[in-house]
Design a protein around this ligand. Sequence first.
Ligand code: SF4
Ligand code: SF4
Length: 197
Amino acid sequence: MGTIHYFAKLAATCRTVFDGMAITFSHLMRKPVTTQYPDRMDVRVQDTLPYRYRGMLEVDLEICTGCLACERACPIDCIVIDAKKDKEAGGIVMTRFDIDMAKCMYCGLCSEPCPTGSIHHTPEFEGADYSLESLVHRFIDEPVLAFKPKKGVEPDPAIAPLLERGTRYLAEFAAPAAPATKPAPKEAPSGSDDAAG
Ligand code: SF4
Ligand code: SF4
């Protein structure tokens, strides 16, 4: 009994080794599939990512209304905006729009309430840098007058495409999912206590 058991184990061991080596040798004949990222790619990886990919945040200041909705929506205070009404300038003037990408968790909550799609994720993911400070992206160098949406079609040909992109972004990306519809309550069986009562 012991001898049979010994030879059964020996056969199983040989079979296992053979299986493993067969896989190893099969790879000797295959074409290598190593992807030489990033310098030998046919196309940039960023260009192959889906539209809803949540990469680094970008702000189109030209269509930012200075409403601060994104700043309020961020659960971990990554966004800092300084904006106040300026009668002389004729609207809200923004002097600071910073996003701390070192803190950002790419949740997308800031882009959902934006009325114009100004703040949005991009397919860019290569955010490595040499210091935490340089990961604070500063979008304003000098005071900027906030955008005021017009009634009807945007007449400025430089702004219209940005608004179009923003509107598409909000519709396809940032709009929260519709709430699930509740299943209809089941009818009580006719013979139950409730029905009888
Ligand atoms: S993606 Fe999320 S964590 Fe990042 S800035 Fe927007 S709300 Fe904040
Ligand atoms: S980016 Fe959008 S949400 Fe944020 S202040 Fe500008 S318009 Fe408002």
